[in-house]
Design a protein around this ligand. Structure first.
Ligand code: 4AD
Ligand code: MG
Length: 475
């Protein structure tokens, strides 16, 4: 069993080989004495053209009209050089086996351009398209490159919990977790909020993880800090959740995050790690996913490979938040949200900085006002800003958010008091500052935003197999 991965040159090397190809039919065109079958096995965007003459075993399936778009087949044959101009090699079929039929009148992924909006409604079949096949392969390569980068750098991968009582970002965007244990006699059709689970028939959603509050994690950072202050360099890579009711092209309710945490490190080390990581994974897919990247450059974003090559090779720019405010205030562009020192940067500001002010380069913005950032960030000597950094990229805006953490117990407690946080529930986090505290820093990278950035795909819902957004959790 083989695939046809590697493009035309790889195919030419294999001319003369006897192959067994398995895959799904993209099209089947009938001529008088033979038929062309285009087949794809998911290993690459390029389909393999197969030629079946009327005398081969299994040809009757074509005569019966059963080799349709979407059907699955096995093709035995020899790879030969193609006479046609569209492909370099083709398979001369000697035996055709139909594995699974596909009703042509109802199969929705026919060979015509389907809108991404429509494809989201058939998320179970969209991987059969070239675009979603390519996104899935590049996403997988990015995940592999992520582990490869951190493992080669000596980081330890940490499984951070999905269920937790801590609200790392303090933004109140957590989903509640509940122990809904219906009585055995409950009718399975009872609406979920009517299921009698507690004594008085009410569910106290805030106390319902076996009598304690629990939420889906918004970030594994606080857990990563505990392991970084023991193993030095660690990283998490797993799903995180945000109950933000936003309908944008860069927000999901469930997304994957990569969160490295470095001990004995400051903001400079953190930025160096983020830049090296980004450049490494971008280079990795340019080198290892050539066909898919060419496909994206042809169909999704014209200058994609040039843009990414620049990212991989050029040094990443650093500016301070105060400089950014200055740039935005002087910009000719009219922003929907007015800019002044102390304001949070909106998507339009972030995109202006990365797309216009710095002409398409990634930019790291540092030293944000402390009032717009989370409680754990280390206060700078000016007392007004924190050692924070966001990495902004064109089209996506914020790709990475990170900071040096406040390692000084007193300062951290003062900040938590000022924000009204309950120190008792963070006792374990404060312990890290009581016992062998060290300067440490880390960042979080939204994996789907990286996929968007690396493939040029416009909407984050198309960068994850099964997007979770308001109103969509069906598949
Ligand atoms: O900036 P955020 O909220 O930072 C943290 O969670 C820190 N605890 C990370 C750390 O220092 N360890 O989120 C980090 C990144 C963002 O830059 C963005 O790429 C992504 O996570 N992100 C989202 N991606 C998709 N959908 C959402 N709703 C996202 N919210 C954040
Ligand atoms: Mg952020």
């Amino acid at each position: 069993i083989v695939d046809i991965k590697g493009g035309p040159d790889e195919g030419l090397k294999r001319v003369g080989e006897q192959l067994l190809v398995r895959g799904w039919v993209r099209t089947c065109r009938l001529q008088k004495a033979f038929s062309f079958i285009e087949v794809n096995d998911g290993s690459t965007v390029s389909n393999l053209q197969a030629i079946a003459t009327a005398n081969i075993e299994g040809y009757e399936k074509i005569d019966l009209g059963l080799i349709t778009t979407g059907s699955s087949v096995l093709l035995d044959g020899v790879l030969v050089e193609s006479q046609g101009s569209k492909q370099k090699v083709e398979l001369q079929v000697s035996k055709l086996t139909l594995v699974g039929e596909s009703d042509a009148t109802t199969f929705p992924v026919q060979k015509k351009k389907l809108s991404r909006e429509y494809l989201r409604t058939i998320a179970h079949l969209r991987p059969r398209t070239n675009t979603f096949g390519a996104v899935a392969r590049v996403r997988s390569a990015l995940a592999f490159a992520t582990h490869k980068f951190f493992q080669e750098m000596g980081f330890v991968w940490l499984a951070s919990p999905i269920v937790t009582a801590a609200d790392c970002e303090g933004a109140g965007e957590q989903f509640c977790v509940t122990t809904l244990i219906p009585n055995s006699h409950t009718n399975p059709n009872t609406p979920i909020n009517k299921i009698p689970c507690t004594k008085d028939g009410l569910i106290d959603w805030s106390q319902d993880f076996f009598g304690r509050p629990a939420y889906l994690t918004v970030s594994g950072q606080l857990n990563a800090e505990t392991y970084a202050t023991a193993l030095c360099d660690v990283y998490t890579f797993g799903p995180t959740f945000r109950a933000e009711n936003s309908n944008t092209s860069r927000h999901l309710a469930e997304f994957w995050m990569i969160e490295p945490e470095l001990a004995f490190a400051d903001l400079k080390d953190d930025m160096a790690c983020a830049s090296a990581y980004l450049q490494y994974v971008v280079k990795y897919i340019l080198d290892n996913c050539k066909e898919d990247m060419e496909f994206f450059s042809t169909w999704i974003e014209k200058d994609l490979t040039t843009r990414l090559t620049n990212v991989a090779e050029k040094e990443i720019i650093h500016v301070t938040y105060s400089d950014v405010i200055d740039i935005l205030s002087k910009a000719k562009k009219k922003f929907e949200f007015p800019v002044k020192w102390g304001c949070d940067l909106q998507s339009e500001h972030e995109r202006y900085i990365a797309e216009d002010a710095f002409e398409g380069s990634p930019v790291i913005v540092t030293d944000y006002p402390k009032d717009i950032k989370a409680f754990y960030m280390r206060e700078n000597d000016d007392g007004k800003t924190v050692a924070a950094m966001d990495l902004l990229v064109p089209r996506v805006g914020e790709l990475i958010g990170g900071s040096q953490r406040e390692e000084r117990l007193e300062k951290l407690e003062k900040r938590m008091d000022a924000l009204g946080l309950n120190k008792d529930s963070y006792w374990w986090y404060l312990d890290l500052r009581r016992y062998g505290s060290v300067p440490h820093a880390g960042f979080g990278l939204g994996f789907e935003r990286l996929v968007q950035f690396a493939t040029g795909i416009e909407n984050i819902r198309d960068a994850i197999p099964f997007p979770r957004t308001p109103g969509s959790a069906d598949f």
